[in-house]
Design a protein. Structure first.
Length: 318
């Protein structure tokens, strides 16, 4: 198992239209809408019916074709072409949405018991999961220790619960202990806020959606490990929250150097897509002409620029 400092081709000859990284594992959807995963598999998060780690992609159990897939920390969720949601992997706090809180993990996809709603997109995070219906109604389930389900309580549940309020969301992202979404151009976040990852100018935990400060108009937002980033309507990137490894991209870093409100990512780049993961201390983004840039922690070469040196501003992927 050799670490890589620059991008390497995934083995197997498969053609992917989307990939999503979890905590020491990766999953993807092929151009034929089939799900494959590879990497660490101690909690069944590869979905192949085993707990054996894999060095190259293995097919997720079942013959289903999926339209959307996303990896969380230790679990994965996907939506079939017929808008049926499935999750697999860790379930100690009910994040699979299929069996009760505290039930064992599953190494095969389990159907999410929605209680009625049909989910168009499912977004797993640390130990919780959120979903959007086709008309933008938001639901969450799993760990709710710091209010990351957004329903006004701290009760963890395996049953999808509607996020408080009547607003609808065009996009949503689940981080380690918080969640963010965009509604009518306004970014909202909720859950844990120790390092200002909610972006509302405070370090106060929120159990319901709270508007991100600054009056910016967002078209996308990404909740990660105690921090968040977003892309505005003018394609500029802003980040807020924890900045120990420079993951905010504002040229600074340090354990105590966190930001409570959005701060502009340096470089003047226009980005069309951006994101981190619930377990990451780095951020990556793609420009309109498909050039990739990353910034933040780089201990294992996660910035893809051929070094292990962290960067507090965007650097091009080699």
């Amino acid at each position: 198992m050799t670490g890589r400092l620059v991008p390497h081709l995934v083995a197997g000859g498969l053609r992917f239209r989307f990939v999503s990284a979890g905590f020491f594992f990766t999953c993807g959807l092929t151009t034929e809408d089939k799900a494959y995963c590879w990497g660490e598999n101690h909690e069944g998060n590869l979905g192949d019916g085993t707990e054996a780690s894999r060095l190259k992609p293995v097919s997720v159990a079942g013959s289903r074709r999926y339209r959307q897939l996303r990896a969380g920390n230790h679990h994965v969720c996907a939506v079939t072409l017929g808008d049926v949601a499935f999750c697999w992997g860790s379930n100690f706090l009910g994040q699979l949405g299929a069996v009760t809180v505290g039930s064992q993990s599953s190494s095969i996809p389990l159907k999410v018991i929605t209680g009625g709603p049909v989910f168009h997109r499912v977004i797993p995070g640390g130990a919780h999961t959120c979903a959007l219906t086709a008309d933008g109604a938001a639901y969450c389930w799993g760990d709710n220790s710091v209010g990351q389900l957004g329903n006004g309580s701290h009760t963890s549940t395996a049953m999808p619960m509607r996020v408080s309020g009547t607003r609808t969301f065009t996009q949503m992202s689940a981080g380690l202990l918080h969640t963010c979404g965009v509604s009518a151009g306004v970014a909202y976040c909720w859950g844990g806020n120790t390092y200002g990852g909610l972006g509302d100018g405070t370090q106060t935990e929120r159990t319901e959606p709270t508007a991100v400060a600054g009056g910016l108009t967002f078209k996308g937002v990404s909740a990660s490990f105690d921090y968040s980033c977003g892309i505005t309507s003018s394609n500029r990137a802003y980040c807020w929250g924890r900045n120990a490894e420079g993951q905010l991209g504002d040229g600074t870093f340090g354990f105590r150097n966190f930001r409570l409100v959005p701060t502009k990512v340096l470089g003047g780049f226009s980005f069309r897509a951006l994101g981190g993961t619930a377990a990451s201390g780095h951020t990556c983004a793609v420009t309109p002409d498909d050039r990739a840039y990353c910034w933040g922690g780089n201990t294992d070469g996660e910035l893809g620029n051929g070094t292990r040196k962290q960067s507090a501003r965007p650097v091009p992927v080699s």
